[in-house]
Write a protein that binds this ligand. Structure first.
Ligand SMILES: Cc1cc2nc3c(=O)[nH]c(=O)nc-3n(C[C@H](O)[C@H](O)[C@H](O)COP(=O)(O)OP(=O)(O)OC[C@H]3O[C@@H](n4cnc5c(N)ncnc54)[C@H](O)[C@@H]3O)c2cc1C
Length: 314
């Protein structure tokens, strides 16, 4: 399949159509003489006394097999992981990954549509810190940096009920001293200009103006009259704006589940169960989740490949 890579490393089919992926997988299955039984869900899987498994299908048919690969997808519905549980496995409770943040701060919402190429976002106390592009939306914040925080922090943010403080450093490439020097030099070179009208690159003008106001500096303040205390407050605002996140939304329609079959119960070299020999796992059913941009698909296909190889060799 012909792939294309976006600027940020995310990969997609060149056609931009998921059908290309379906066609690719189906033609590989046909070439390998796989037999597809469609519209017959597996209702139960039981270990046979001698060896192997017996599957009960939704139309009542039974199917005997030596080995089973479970690839039933993310455990959003409790039923999805039940076959694994019935064969002795434990599920890490499912929680969503890849979501955006709700923030009610009025001045932020006024900036909906603005993006900043690189910010550093962190959740104090949760050891979460990411850098990347940020997008202000009409409900709060989104963009790659937020999605990354939501993925790496899926479990801890769920534990906080999606209510937590978020700190943003709008100029992560500069330290406080460099920013202080820049503000000082503006005081010298453009004393009569209004501070709110003179954004520091690369911050968009509207964002800069709101950050100046949020630092408690009135709109009609000129560089010449910026006090030491106000300068300190502006630097703090630039490197440590704090917002209160009050909830989450899904990113477009994307929904990835963090949680699933516990990884310690699976031999990751073969994807075989450590509990039930002959049983294998692949894909989102496992407690694996990745960032947007194909990494979940990659995880599904890689684990499927490893499991398939090991099953054929067994
Ligand atoms: C809207 C949406 C957008 C996404 N976008 C991205 C993206 O851009 N990039 C990315 O990397 N990931 C994305 N993901 C996640 C990605 O789709 C999954 O991680 C990936 O499909 C997991 O593959 P899988 O084979 O493990 O499970 P699935 O693709 O979920 O397939 C599991 C299959 O098993 C079947 N099944 C379940 N139970 C049974 C049973 N008892 N008997 C028979 N069949 C059964 C299901 O019907 C399903 O067809 C997205 C997910 C969603 C929902």
């Amino acid at each position: 399949m012909k792939l294309k890579t976006e600027k940020d490393g995310r990969m997609f089919p060149f056609s931009d159509a998921s059908q290309t992926i379906i066609d690719c997988l189906l033609s590989a299955a046909t070439a390998a003489n796989a037999r597809l039984l469609l519209n017959r869900g597996v209702e139960r899987a039981a270990q046979r006394a001698d060896d192997g498994f017996e599957l009960t299908l939704s139309n009542g048919d039974k199917l005997a097999c030596d080995r089973v690969l479970l690839a039933t997808g993310g455990c959003r519905a409790a039923a999805t992981g039940q076959i694994a549980v019935s064969l002795g496995h434990t599920l890490e409770p499912p929680v969503p990954s890849l979501f955006t943040f709700h923030i009610e701060t009025p001045w932020l919402r006024e900036l909906a549509g603005i993006s900043v190429e690189v910010v550093e976002a962190s959740v104090p106390g949760a050891r979460l810190r990411e850098r990347g592009a940020l997008l202000v939306t009409h409900w709060g914040l989104s963009g790659p940096v937020v999605l990354r925080l939501s993925a790496w922090g899926a479990r801890v943010l769920h534990g906080l009920n999606y209510r937590f403080p978020l700190q943003l450093n709008w100029l992560p490439h500069l330290d406080a001293e460099a920013i202080s020097g820049e503000l000082h030099s503006r005081r010298q070179t453009q004393p009569a200009r209004f501070i709110g009208n003179a954004p520091m690159a690369p911050l968009p003008a509207r964002l800069w103006e709101q950050l100046v106001l949020a630092a408690g500096i009135p709109r009609d303040t000129r560089w010449a009259t910026l006090t030491r205390a106000a300068r300190h407050s502006l630097i703090q605002q630039l490197i440590r704006t704090e917002f209160e996140v009050t909830g989450k939304s899904l990113n477009k329609d994307e929904f990835v589940t963090c949680g699933g079959v516990r990884l310690g119960e699976v031999n990751l070299k073969t994807m075989e169960s450590r509990i039930c020999p002959g049983l294998y796992f692949a894909g989102e059913l496992l407690d694996i989740d990745g960032l947007t941009g194909g990494f979940n698909f990659q995880a599904a296909w890689t684990t499927g490949w490893i499991a398939g190889k090991a099953m054929a060799a067994r």
